[in-house]
Unconditional design. Structure first.
Length: 296
């Protein structure tokens, strides 16, 4: 089994790292949160004092960070870790970031003699905990095959989207659609409730009709309709509003670069921006239901 350095132990990173431990890998972990580090050390990982220390003797480096700036700072910043990683090491970044940032870091990694892929994920915190994530990979085919056993310990589906940055583009498209679907689902449920319907009955009807979608069936945004989703625990945990807003911003950047029209994506971005400014940025993104809830 491999010695893996895992950097970034948030809502997604922590359960992913735990699944690598369960698969028998030796992990050295780093995060700015001492609480996150403590949780992983209890599971058998070794906590590092900083990112440079974490990667010192690692055969594989995995990172899961919030945004482009964090990834660039980690690898290529003034205190970047690329010079501290052994040549030939496999580097997997699972963050969702701008495609150009992924390409920039991949170029720097290649110059440093490292094998890097971008592998953003889909499946949310539930998929991260269950080890059923979908990995959307950008990079060389041979490097993906080297990474496949590691990815398989954390996920169920692995797709090769293309060269470096392609994984990010595919992920951005997916999350833009997810944001649109969640907002549309919340709006439809709000309309039904405003007209006297039971949200669970309406959800059951739409789940067996042409309006069925992932948000409605597996991540229902209306409180009390579905167990074990953020909506039924005060919208805590899950995928934050501000993270969805970040991804919708990445979609807007990609659309501007490619001169592609995304009117629904922009509308969803505006809705999530309004929701975030109302103080809900830390809540799960399904809390957009609160913005669209019928007036009492």
């Amino acid at each position: 089994m491999s010695h893996i350095a895992f950097i970034g132990l948030g809502n997604m990173g922590a359960p992913m790292a735990l699944n690598l431990i369960k698969a028998g890998h030796q992990l050295t972990v780093f995060d700015l949160s001492q609480q996150a580090l403590a949780k992983l050390t209890e599971a058998g990982a070794t906590a590092a004092a900083d990112a440079k220390s974490a990667v010192k003797d690692a055969a594989i480096v995995v990172s899961m960070l919030p945004a482009s700036a964090h990834v660039e700072a980690l690898y290529t910043g003034e205190q970047g870790i690329l010079p501290h990683i052994k040549k030939g090491t496999l580097v997997i970044d699972c963050s969702t970031i701008a495609p150009e940032s992924a390409r920039k870091v991949a170029r720097a990694a290649k110059e440093a003699g490292l094998n890097m892929i971008d592998a953003p994920v889909s499946g949310g915190t539930a998929g991260a905990a269950a080890g059923t994530l979908t990995f959307i990979v950008g990079g060389d085919t041979a490097i993906l095959e080297e990474a496949r056993p590691i990815l398989s310990a954390m996920g169920k589906n692995i797709f090769h989207a293309g060269d470096s940055g392609a994984g990010q583009i595919a992920k951005i498209c997916n999350n833009m659609l997810l944001g649109i679907l969640m907002a549309g689902t919340a709006e439809a449920l709000a309309l039904g409730v405003a007209n006297g319907l039971d949200p669970k009955v309406l959800s059951d009807i739409m789940s067996k009709s042409s309006g069925r979608n992932w948000a409605l069936e597996l991540y229902n945004p209306f409180p009390g309709v579905m167990d074990n989703v953020p909506a039924s625990r005060g919208y805590s945990g899950g995928f934050g509003v501000d993270l969805m807003l970040k991804d919708l911003g990445l979609a807007a950047e990609a659309a501007l670069f490619a001169r592609s029209a995304i009117p629904l994506g922009e509308l969803a971005r505006n809705l999530y921006s309004l929701h975030s400014k109302g103080g809900s940025g830390a809540l799960d993104f399904s809390s957009i239901q609160q913005l669209l809830a019928p007036a009492k």
